[in-house]
Ligand binder design. Sequence first.
Ligand code: FAD
Length: 465
Amino acid sequence: MEKLCGLLVFLLMLAVGCAPCHGQNEICIVGSGMGGASVAYFLREYAREPLQISIFEERDRVGGRMSVVELEGDTFEAGASIIHPKNLHAVRFVELLGLNRTSDDGEKTFGIWDGTQFVLQTARAGDSIFSKTITRIMNTVTILWRYGTSLWRMQNYTNDRRAFKSVEGLLKSVDLYNNTQYTREELLPQAGLSRLFIDELVTVTMRINYGQNVSISGLAGGVSLAGAQGGVWAVAGGNWQLADGLIRHANASLSLNHKVLSITTVEDRYLLGSEGGTTTCDAVVLATPMDESNIIFTPSINIVKQHMQHTYTTFVRGLLNPDYFGSTSESILDLIGTKEDSKIPFSSISVHKEYNATDKAYKLFSGAPSSDELLGHIFRTYRSTIRIDWAAYPHYTAPERFSPYVLDGRNLYYINTFESAASAIETAAVSAQNVARLILSRHPEWGLQTPTPKDVSEQDVVEDL
Ligand SMILES: Cc1cc2nc3c(=O)[nH]c(=O)nc-3n(C[C@H](O)[C@H](O)[C@H](O)COP(=O)(O)OP(=O)(O)OC[C@H]3O[C@@H](n4cnc5c(N)ncnc54)[C@H](O)[C@@H]3O)c2cc1C
């Protein structure tokens, strides 16, 4: 019986093709978002031996949660929209790929809505001293907040030579692990902030960036606050181009519309099953959260639950209803954040383009789908909408627990285990870099080149930390 099984496996491998047949080790990546694209890039950069890198993507486009929508001819970021100036990988990738940056430096008016009134409103643009003050307070708070500053230590890892088998190890190496073990709320009193400040400005920031509140674990909360700082930018034309460019740069083979349904361990290799057939891989990198994935693993594997929070993004072209907000002015604020109250049907509304005083493009975030009836209340007029249901990011609670990077002790790797610490374009790249190093350090026969800083700008950013 054992011999028969062995023969069957051998015949199966012959039928589907196997790595030694073409003399290259094949690394298969599930997902073409920032994590999948970055790991392909780093593998190509670090490996001395030629590797066959294959990316499988279930959708018809790359980029995952970096994605744009088109509303009446204008393009807007629908998922990950802002990148922090000190996100070292992203800064380096745009230069490497010859992409351009764009930023919206215009002053915006901002208010906090408590369901019945604005408890805080900044002045109109032009004389927005208040607006500047708020920004300055937020910046100072973030900087004074030692967690905020320690966040940049994560960037030091990019020049580190080590590869970590666990997220705990990686985070401890940059002194950030403890931040994942306490909530932002537990850590806040150490910064000496008032309850009102926490309930209003800090809570609003968490709701806008992660759709959650100050009970979010500390590191994710720090990343969220960092997003409130000035100088954030995006890739002109869409952040998804980072993934697109890295995949091309890595010369990886990309299969779109190719959903991986099963991963089966066969001796020391893996069979990736999909509707189109099977592929044999020497190593598999999972570059997507496993929480809502239906991939069947044989033998089964244990993955720490990462409950994904759904966030609903609604794009609307029209005009907000001043009556809904008790306003006498036609022109309501550019960014409306909300207090934590389950009766308020949205987390934030922001103006993304103003065509004229009565015609604007808005982006609305909410914890539940926004019905036409709701939009009819909030908007005086609206004519087109686009709705997206995102399995957006993990629901963060402290203390966080992490799956190991190597899920089966062999060659099945999981980039998104790091997402339980924080979810962002940059953190996906940091985790992918670690996985690339881990794969190559565990396979000396595939060859690990010592990575070297690539360009001057990288040095600049590191020195700036
Ligand atoms: C609304 C929203 C706003 C955000 N804002 C920001 C922001 O401003 N700044 C920031 O830095 N980050 C932001 N983020 C977070 C950021 O988008 C993510 O952390 C990051 O893009 C995750 O990249 P990833 O590659 O790990 O996962 P993903 O981007 O989710 O990529 C995973 C890919 O795997 C594919 N896939 C899944 N299962 C399979 C399968 N079985 N077979 C084949 N393919 C599969 C998916 O289709 C997807 O393309 C935001 C996220 C959301 C949802």
